[in-house]
Design a protein around this ligand. Structure first.
Ligand SMILES: NC(=O)C1=CN([C@@H]2O[C@H](COP(=O)(O)OP(=O)(O)OC[C@H]3O[C@@H](n4cnc5c(N)ncnc54)[C@H](OP(=O)(O)O)[C@@H]3O)[C@@H](O)[C@H]2O)C=CC1
Ligand SMILES: Nc1nc(=O)c2c([nH]1)NC[C@@H]1CN(c3ccc(C(=O)N[C@@H](CCC(=O)O)C(=O)O)cc3)C=[N+]21
Length: 298
């Protein structure tokens, strides 16, 4: 079998188009312009790429983008003061503090300081708790993008065997919550899982969010399974010496067995940014007491 390649880039472009349409309507009918504030502390090159892409796509969707670049030596107090200003600013509907943060700053403390209604990353405890109890929350962008691709390909996810590899707060755990909410039978695997290959072989849905290039190989994949590769790993190409992006799945061998698979790049990554814009629109609508775009939420 040769897997269908799920085009995350095209899917993300469709979502951004939808967001842009609704943003234009908000402006026309209510005079509201959604605003997204992105805070970057330090100069991590990968983070700079994401922040640049987010800014560009935010503006293209007709939203306001507020970028805050702070030096690497910024104190926790200074960052908390900025978050407080953004919480109070009515032009800001969404706040994203790029992770990871430098060592002198406690990320949990910063996330806790963000107004949950503006927490478009969905990392605040109150959004985490709302998601876990099946209530209306702001849902983390990466898992939300993965869920959209899975529903698009499979329709109902009810009763399906899903294995999530990775249990981080930003990907693995919220992914498992979303799959559970869609009535999958969910297994969460991690570094202590015994016989990971055997566990993954049961899955009709595999979500790999580990950070280990090519760890998941085709012999782990149940024939016909849908494989969502969240991993973003920069490796040096042995032949050219240039760095390139690869996922957590060995694409060639997995694609030979799977029914469908997301590529890296061009899979989950672009969906993450599209969902960030969708969450910003959702947060704006909720703040204004307007109906929210249901097809863009989980
Ligand atoms: N495309 C996108 O938009 C995004 C991509 N990413 C990428 O996704 C990947 C995961 O990110 P993130 O969740 O933040 O990473 P973390 O490092 O926070 O978590 C990694 C998880 O993988 C598990 N793990 C590590 N080694 C193994 C192993 N050998 N076998 C099984 N499980 C293992 C860890 O287990 P344990 O808990 O036991 O240590 C942990 O739960 C990274 O490549 C990251 O760059 C992240 C965010 C967004
Ligand atoms: N508060 C916070 N929220 C995040 O959502 C967050 C974060 N911090 N820190 C870092 C991770 C990582 N992340 C990505 C977003 C887009 C791509 C993306 O667009 N990737 C492109 C390639 C981009 C490139 O070429 O580097 C692709 O896969 O096609 C990747 C990774 C969001 N994260």
């Amino acid at each position: 079998m040769t897997a269908e390649i799920i085009d995350g880039k095209a899917f993300a472009a469709r979502i951004r188009g939808e967001v842009a349409g609704q943003v234009a309507a908000l402006r026309r009918d209510h005079g509201i312009v959604p605003g997204l504030a992105v805070v970057l502390v330090g100069e991590d090159p990968a983070s700079q790429v994401y922040v640049r892409n987010k800014h560009k796509q935010t503006v293209e969707a007709g939203m306001e983008s507020f970028e805050h670049r702070l030096p690497v030596e910024t104190s926790e107090e200074e960052l908390l003061a900025l978050v407080a200003r953004l919480n109070a600013d009515p032009a800001v509907h969404g706040i994203l503090v790029q992770l990871p943060l430098p060592a002198q700053i406690d990320a949990d403390k910063v996330i806790a300081a963000i107004d949950p209604a503006k927490d478009v990353d969905g990392f605040h405890i109150s959004n985490v708790g709302l998601l876990a109890t099946g209530q209306k929350a702001l849902v983390p962008c990466t898992p939300l993008g993965c869920l959209m691709m899975l529903r698009d390909r499979l329709g109902s996810l009810s009763g399906r065997e899903a294995v999530v590899i990775g249990r981080s707060n930003i990907v693995g755990k919220p992914m498992a919550q979303l799959l559970l909410r869609d009535s999958c039978t969910v297994t969460v695997a991690h570094s202590r899982t015994r016989d990971l290959a055997e566990v993954v072989r049961r899955a009709e849905i595999v979500v790999a969010a580990v950070g280990r290039p090519g760890m998941v190989t085709g012999d782990w994949i149940r024939p016909g399974a849908t494989v969502i590769d969240v991993g973003i790993n920069r490796i040096e190409d042995a032949e050219t010496g240039k760095t390139r992006l690869v996922g957590d799945c060995d694409f060639e061998s997995c694609a030979a067995v799977a029914g469908a698979i997301t590529p890296v790049p061009g899979g989950v990554g672009p969906m993450t940014i599209a969902c960030l814009l969708a969450n910003t629109l959702t947060a704006t609508c909720r703040a204004a007491g307007l109906p929210e775009p249901e097809e863009l939420t989980a």
